[in-house]
Design a protein around this ligand. Structure first.
Ligand SMILES: [Fe+2]
Length: 371
């Protein structure tokens, strides 16, 4: 097999769980395929390759060697690091549009993807971390990280295989990279856009696609998801006006995550919508704006008040979600005050008609600002 910079041969005794094969593994002396290309190794597979089949070396994807093993060990996405990485990729000086996505940048995106996927399957509380990322400024790279977290959550609910999950996360992380090719004054303009400005903004999916194509390392699947993330299921989106299944599956997932994030984020001209309002809007758009099946998966996967989430109650007190198993919209809240603590089951409590969650408490959430 020809040398390829994205893979390397690893001796069987040096293999570790979590590494991914870059080519089929064949039994020595036969034609028999023991493992297919793209398999994530576990300890049983490694044992068998070594002890049972006497395989000497295996082609392994390089991007999985350091980053994935390290991520597996901590099994938690480091938001601070991921944000800084994305800030680098998107260019830290917003006033200077970017003209390319370097190989180094795509390797960084691949590393964040590995971390995101690993923590997702390790049951790290991704949605809580996604909420923690919402703050008053709204840089494109932060939006992209949140959209990737939500897209990954939906993808997991749809049981996407790992390879597609990787494509989905990479595309979601980069879906708005094209905005960085457009004048920042237009992107950040608080008021109504002129027709010309709107036309310029609407070019960002194509521009993102072109940046990825110029990079050369991305599949059609990833590039098309970036290109099509503003298409609508009924054909009224842009840039191509595609309809239904003409829009790729990954693009349809990213659209759902993207719109949810836009609604629940702060904008200079409006307050963020509450999670309940946003959820209602998303449901109303099934089969017009969105793919019905993906909205169903979104609703199944989405926990508006994840465990650990700080919330403001309608009586003004601050509490923390301790359980949300009975009813996701009416979780169990622990309120800690000077005199002690109270646990309130908002679904079964006698005050259920008078006490509710008013909002997410975001006051202490900017702990994860990128440097
Ligand atoms: Fe966009």
């Amino acid at each position: 097999m020809a040398e390829n910079p994205s893979m390397m041969r690893v001796k069987v005794e040096d293999l570790e769980s979590g590494m991914v094969t870059a080519d089929n593994v064949i039994e020595p002396g036969t034609e028999r395929v023991l493992l297919l290309k793209g398999t994530t190794l576990d300890s049983v597979m490694i044992f068998n390759l070594k002890e049972r089949y006497n395989v000497g070396e295996v082609w392994i994807k390089k991007s999985f060697i350091a980053t994935n093993i390290a991520a597996e060990m901590k099994a938690e996405i480091n938001i601070h690091e991921s944000l800084n990485t994305l800030k680098d990729v998107f260019g830290s000086d917003e006033s200077r549009p970017i003209t390319e996505l370097t190989q180094e940048a795509s390797q960084q995106i691949s590393n964040v993807t590995n971390e995101l996927i690993t923590s997702l399957y390790a049951d790290d509380n991704i949605l809580l971390k996604m909420h923690q990322l919402q703050s008053y400024d709204d840089y494109t790279y932060k939006h992209c990280l949140r959209v990737a977290m939500m897209s990954a959550t939906i993808g997991k609910s749809l049981d996407l295989p790992r390879k597609r999950m990787r494509d989905l996360c990479e595309a979601a992380l980069l879906h708005d990279i094209g905005k960085r090719t457009i004048d920042v004054d237009i992107i950040r303009k608080p008021g109504r856009l002129t027709d010309d400005e709107f036309t310029a903004i609407k070019k960002h999916p194509q521009n993102g696609y072109l940046l990825l194509r110029k990079n050369g390392g991305y599949s059609e699947e990833v590039m098309n998801a970036v290109l099509m993330h503003h298409e609508k299921f009924d054909g009224t989106g842009y840039p191509l006006g595609l309809k239904g299944e003409q829009i790729t599956y990954l693009a349809r997932i990213i659209t759902v995550a993207d719109v949810y994030d836009a609604l629940t984020s702060n904008r200079p001209y409006r307050q963020p919508w509450s999670v309940a309002e946003a959820e209602e809007f998303m449901m109303g758009g099934a089969n017009t704006h969105f793919d019905y099946n993906i909205i169903t998966a979104f609703l199944a996967a989405f926990t508006p008040f994840p465990v650990g989430q700080k919330v403001i109650l309608s009586d003004g007190r601050i509490g923390e979600v301790v359980s949300n198993t009975t009813n996701v919209l009416r979780p169990v809240i622990k309120v800690t005050e000077k005199g002690g603590s109270e646990t309130i089951d908002l679904y079964n409590d006698f005050r259920y008609l008078t006490l509710s969650i008013k909002a997410l408490d975001k006051r202490n959430m900017n702990l994860v600002e990128a440097d």
